[in-house]
Design a protein around this ligand. Structure first.
Ligand SMILES: Cc1cc2nc3c(=O)[nH]c(=O)nc-3n(C[C@H](O)[C@H](O)[C@H](O)COP(=O)(O)OP(=O)(O)OC[C@H]3O[C@@H](n4cnc5c(N)ncnc54)[C@H](O)[C@@H]3O)c2cc1C
Ligand code: FES
Length: 504
């Protein structure tokens, strides 16, 4: 199981990837890739192309993770802004980051063309508009920063939506695609070129031995490899080294029929806080507008209804004439404390690599990983690797208050949260969950559709924070490092690898 088992369905998940078998025997390979999302499949694709023997395994269906819940903007402009990146990491690193993100979008275009994928890829403009004076100042800083990192053609433009604003920048040559059609194309190509893919094969342990890394599956099989890439969205290869440098956020998307609204084929973001982002999707005659945002720290809020309503209201205000709501879904992103993702050697390992810290731009950073990790695995230098080093120290947290608060929040969930029960079992309705105290212990209690109460320990099996019920996705979210569990305690999202323990 993975995030595919959460309650909401995205627009993309109407497309299903081919079904892949479960791994039935212990195996050997050159490179084991754990995770069949964009980061894992892109890396596997590049490795197979370079002649490596590659095996991909996923705990659930291939393509069932966060890549199926994205909004699929492919942009090398970044929401944290190059102005901020330069301030935190200097012009040279910001330029290297820009180069890698641009190369990622270019690589997606190349692969779409080489593999003749029908995945709705198109180059389109990104517009970023400022609803207020503060945003205007940010845009002025950003146009100057864009020139410094080498972003060509950024200019002031008219925002393609209704409502007053204090200025708008156009970033040319960005893109959009259908993420699951793209993953299906990658999976086909990997298989065609000799790679193997396995679904429903959770990895529960990674060890390094004298003869290389070894992964163990839930059913006790071992996979020996020369290198392992854990592209699991949140790292499973180590306990805390990277988890304390990023924080999980839940984010929401609504799609509406375009109706009579003037919906451009463009990416549109605002500079507001909380921010909003928009793109369109056309399938035959049907055109939809996707609007996303309303993020909150994972597990810290369960008020999805007003959040989705605010997204809808915002979209209708800026695009008068929109029709019915068609989809409502959510997903999780990880905000790194210094804006930069974590791609490279897993801290404490020699031949185990990770990809994490997507910051809501994990499609491009996932593909950037595929342009970096094959070099590291082969012992070659890579021009961008130093920028993404997972073992870097967070010397310039951004903003400082948030980072310190994120760490403090994690500690609070670990200890203080355990002091008070939220409700009693008799108050839990059908298909609802809540934290209760039973026999002096914190229990994650879920009442199924037939009225039966299921009880699991509320301690997350990663490092023990108390999980929270998410009534929108009908799952347990861990507020500390982003693990998610199904109503009965099965793991849906890393870093946890074991289900919630028996509640008795
Ligand atoms: C609502 C939303 C909107 C977004 N919008 C954008 C956007 O417009 N542009 C953009 O660039 N990014 C966006 N993102 C971020 C981006 O979609 C994600 O960062 C990216 O898809 C993550 O890809 P991934 O391969 O790292 O992870 P995933 O797609 O989650 O894949 C990881 C896989 O690892 C598997 N796995 C985990 N643990 C194990 C284990 N122990 N054993 C075996 N398998 C395991 C999981 O089952 C999963 O399939 C958005 C995200 C969300 C939620
Ligand atoms: S994800 Fe780390 S304690 Fe739950």
């Amino acid at each position: 199981m993975n995030a595919d088992s959460e309650q909401s369905r995205s627009l993309w998940s109407e497309v299903r990837l081919p079904k892949f078998p479960q791994l039935q025997q212990s195996s050997r390979t050159d490179v084991l890739v754990i995770g069949g999302g964009i980061a894992g499949l892109s890396t596997a694709y590049e490795l197979v192309q370079s002649g490596r023997k590659v095996m991909v395994v996923d705990r659930g269906p291939i393509g069932g993770g966060m890549t199926a819940r994205t909004s699929a903007h492919l942009s090398y402009e970044i929401d944290d802004t190059y102005a901020e990146l330069i301030a935190k990491h200097g012009e040279r690193n910001a330029r290297l980051y820009f180069d890698s993100q641009k190369a990622a979008v270019d690589r997606i275009e190349e692969i779409c063309s080489a593999e003749r994928m029908k995945c709705d890829f198109a180059r389109i403009d990104l517009f970023v508009f400022a609803p207020d004076k503060k945003g205007r100042n940010e845009l002025e800083d950003e146009i100057a920063a864009a020139a410094k990192v080498g972003f060509a053609g950024v200019e002031w433009a008219k925002a393609p939506l209704k409502g007053s604003n204090r200025g708008c920048l156009r970033f040319p040559e960005q893109a959009r695609f259908h993420p699951l059609r793209y993953l299906a194309g990658l999976a086909r190509a990997i298989k065609r070129d000799g790679g193997t893919l396995y679904a429903n094969t959770p990895i529960v342990e990674i060890k390094e031995t004298a003869s290389g890394p070894v992964a163990k599956t839930e059913s006790g099989k071992t996979i020996r490899a020369k290198a392992i890439v854990a592209a699991t969205n949140s790292p499973i290869a180590h306990r805390l080294a990277v988890h304390t440098k990023q924080a999980p956020y839940r984010t929401y998307i609504v799609t509406l029929e375009a109706g009579t609204a003037d919906v451009p084929d463009a990416l549109i973001w605002d500079t507001d806080d909380p921010y909003h982002y928009v793109r369109s999707y056309q399938d035959g005659e049907e055109k939809l507008l996707l609007v996303g945002g309303e993020d909150h720290k994972s597990g810290e809020s369960d008020d999805f209804s007003p959040r989705l309503a605010r997204l809808e209201e915002w979209a209708r205000r800026h695009f008068p004439g929109l029709g019915k709501v068609r989809h409502r879904w959510s997903g999780q992103i990880f905000e790194p404390a210094d804006y930069l993702p974590f791609i490279g050697r897993s801290p404490g390992h020699k031949q185990v690599y990770i990809v994490s810290g997507d910051s809501g731009e994990g499609l491009t950073t996932g593909v950037a990983a595929s342009l970096i990790l094959p070099d590291l695995i082969a012992g070659r230098k890579n021009p961008w690797a130093a920028v993404y080093r997972p073992n870097r120290k967070i010397v310039q947290p951004s903003p400082l208050g948030t980072y310190v608060k994120d760490l403090a929040d994690a500690t609070r969930h670990l200890v203080a949260h355990a002091l008070q029960a939220e409700t009693t079992p008799d108050k839990i309705g059908r298909n609802e969950g809540a934290i209760v105290t039973m026999g002096g212990k914190k229990i994650a209690a879920f009442r199924d559709g037939r009225g039966k109460l299921h009880t699991r320990s509320a301690a997350c099996t990663h490092v023990g924070c108390v999980v929270k019920w998410n009534s929108f996705e009908r799952c347990w979210d861990c507020p500390c490092h982003g693990s998610q569990f199904g109503p009965l305690g099965d793991v849906l999202q890393a870093p946890a690898m074991a289900p919630l323990r028996d509640g008795k």
